[in-house]
Design a protein around this ligand. Structure first.
Ligand SMILES: *Cc1c(COP(=O)(O)O)cnc(C)c1O
Length: 427
């Protein structure tokens, strides 16, 4: 058996990590196993997970109910193609998603990742207008500071500055970017906040197929919480100008913000909704794009007669079975109080960070706690520091944040907020 050192060295030289160089310049830690909110490293250390494996693992690792659902499904079939075939896990998961999401969303497209769910949503919107005889509607309106994934159409709607537009400018469709909302979640709404969005729609709606953005919380684009009225007004404007509304709830879905979906804060039903990340409780990759009867039924009459998308691993039965169990699990306890308790603890325990010299802002919404700094963090330094403190966090840019598993205990959450305070105080 190779030593831990050999394993890490091969990894460094041959295995790509997210947004990494090759050979990798940043430290990587080898994981032995994970249980509940604990990540067990191969070097013997144990970490409390403060970011739920990129916001997915809401019920912790190795959850007995998810494992049981996976075992039961593996013994039947782990995969079967979805072209011409169907199965109980996909149908029952679709029923569950339709029941959970806003009422008008009745049709479900399953795919393998969040980025693909966004690609499908954008394609649906383009093809919908094509079906309706308005093929000139080819562009998208989005808002700055957004993040929608790493594939090309998704990337075209990411923030043009902190996204990757600069590098890929000549290969990306140029979309319309409204100014990012400035009125915060808990401030008084002001009409002016939506003016840029409204002006772009007024000027270019003939060429805009859909608006796409993350409702209420902008996640990887800056961890910003903005006013639900923005979402409401955006919906009204989209209707007025004959433009579809795509809401990307890949990060915010399934309770994270304190509502089941962030669009529930605005009581808005989008025309198209993307979900992913926490869908399987972090067990494996699965995402979905939901839409309305009106949109889905337009395809039969269009030139293609069908929606032109169909991934090889569409509606993978193992992923669907685990997702269904994860959503049933979410239904089985009072997650609203759980998230409420996490939110109030985060507010109390992160607030002292505000007085630290390096800190620009502290904010909390639902089970999301953010400490924004004046300067970007040095990952090579800060990542090992958090590991030394026994917690797993993954800061980016000027943001140190936690999005813990919902099952985290108060003492474990305190370990996370203490580590954040201690390390930020040393910056
Ligand atoms: C993570 C994320 C995506 C992309 O999902 P992947 O599964 O990484 O492809 C898209 N939109 C939002 C809002 C996300 O947070």
């Amino acid at each position: 058996m190779q030593s831990l050192q050999q394993l890490l060295e091969f990894d460094r030289l041959h295995v790509w990590h997210p947004y990494a160089a090759m050979p990798n310049l940043l430290p990587v830690f080898a994981v032995e196993s994970a249980q509940g909110v604990r990540i067990q490293l191969m070097d013997g250390r144990s970490l409390i997970d403060g970011i739920s494996s990129w916001w997915t693992c809401i019920h912790g690792y190795n959850h007995p109910r998810l494992n049981q659902a996976a075992h039961a499904q593996i013994d039947r079939m782990s995969h079967i193609m979805f072209g011409g075939l169907t199965h109980q896990p996909a149908v029952e998961l679709a029923q569950k998603l339709i029941a959970m999401t806003p009422a008008a969303l009745q049709q479900v497209f399953f795919c393998d990742s969040g980025s693909v769910a966004v690609e499908v949503a954008m394609k649906m919107a383009l093809q919908y207008w094509y079906n309706r005889g308005l093929p000139q509607k080819q562009r998208f309106l989005t808002i700055r500071n957004g993040y929608h994934g790493d594939t090309f159409a998704a990337m075209s709607a990411c923030d043009p500055v902190n996204g990757m537009h600069h590098l890929f400018r000549n290969s990306l469709t140029q979309q319309y970017f409204a100014e990012a909302p400035q009125i915060r979640f808990d401030q008084d709404w002001q009409e002016q906040d939506i003016a840029s969005f409204a002006a772009l729609l007024a000027a270019h709606h003939d060429h805009i197929a859909a608006a796409i953005f993350e409702p209420v919380v902008q996640n990887a684009g800056g961890m910003r919480f903005y006013h639900p009225d923005y979402v409401q007004q955006a919906k009204a404007l989209c209707e007025k100008y004959n433009v579809l509304l795509i809401l990307d709830e890949i990060a915010t879905g399934f309770g994270r913000t304190g509502k089941l979906f962030a669009c529930d804060y605005a009581t808005v039903c989008p025309d198209i909704l993307c979900v992913g990340k926490a869908l399987t409780g972090g067990f494996m990759s699965l995402a979905a794009t939901l839409t309305t009867r009106e949109i889905s039924e337009s395809f039969a009459a269009g030139e293609a007669g069908v929606l032109m998308h169909g991934p090889t691993f569409m509606a993978n039965p193992l992923a669907c079975a685990v997702a269904l169990e994860n959503l049933n699990l979410l239904d089985s306890y009072d997650w609203r109080s759980t998230i409420g308790a996490i939110a109030s603890q985060l507010k109390t325990e992160l607030e002292p960070c505000r007085s630290l010299a390096a800190v620009k802002d502290v904010r909390v919404l639902g089970a999301i706690g953010v400490v924004e700094l004046h300067e970007p963090v040095d990952m090579a330094v800060i990542q090992p520091r958090f590991v030394e403190e026994g917690v797993w966090l993954r800061p980016f840019g000027r943001l140190i944040y936690t999005m813990p598993p919902y099952i985290i205990q108060p003492s474990e959450l305190t370990a996370i907020t203490r580590a954040i305070y201690k390390i930020v105080a040393q910056i």
